[in-house]
Design a protein around this ligand. Sequence first.
Ligand code: TXA
Ligand code: MG
Length: 297
Amino acid sequence: NQPQISTDVNEAAQVLLSGGIIGLPTETVYGLAACALNQSAVSKVFAVKERPTSHPLIVHLSPEEDFTKWGVFTSDALRLARAFWPGPLTLLVERTKIVPDWVTGGRDTVALRVPSHPVAIALVVAPSANKFGKVSPTTAQHVLDDLGVSVDLILDGGSCEVGVESTIVECLGDSLVLLRPGAISAEQIQDAVQAQLTTEQGVSRAPGMLVSHYTPDADVVLVDSIEEAQRYKTKLESEGGKVAIISHRHVDEYAKKLYDELRDADNNACSSVIAVMPQDSGLGTAIRDRLRKAASR
Ligand code: TXA
Ligand code: MG
């Protein structure tokens, strides 16, 4: 009794329109999609993810949609939308009246994103299609492994191009705050708006930016070089551990494979994963963020 895995976008859209929830590919990670205007469908998303309702959802819009219907865009927010949509950027803006409370958890802000994936479907909420706090899915099989029969259909779009979740920038009043690093880097954002971006420190205002997140069952150990990783692996193995190493020279490849390799470590019953931290710039910053969260519990 498995959900259907399909490559037919029209079929997926039909399931959404009739109140179903589906695994939806995007360029970042797979989302668990429901029609944003359908309260009971959206509540299924929270239930299936086991996500507290205080963690609001990103509304995904199609490139044709007039995004200003959904949010109040400051001039900086408009510049960012024009520069990076469709793409892996989420903008947190003041919401308009048509945004339902069940999407924002009653907050007066809404997270909006126009994904660039060819099969992205308009007007859906789509948190990552994993259980709350666990590793995000980057293939249809990952969605099936995590959520199985709880979803009505999984739209298979192959493996995700980017591999880590979108950059989230809060654009309220005059301030621009980076809430989650992603494929669109802080430098790119600053270049587009010609303004300083601050980084949220300490207890974040965005729920879900928890310190512990994206955690596999294996212990995640962070090191700075492959030599250090090898030494540590030898040590852990001598103590009877089963160890995997994650290391890639290029950050694009690192991001694309990261979640699959964390999942593999669990599938292979590894006790530890040793990850070599990439450089702290561009996509490397996002990978370091996810690795740190995977390592803390
Ligand atoms: O790349 C992505 O953004 C993926 C794909 C599927 O689009 N989606 C995703 O959604 O990562 P999710 O729900 O796993 O992460 C969205 C984050 C959550 O931490 C949530 O709490 C925060 O955005 N968020 C959403 N709406 C918010 C709001 N109104 N105020 C503060 N935080 C918000
Ligand atoms: Mg998530």
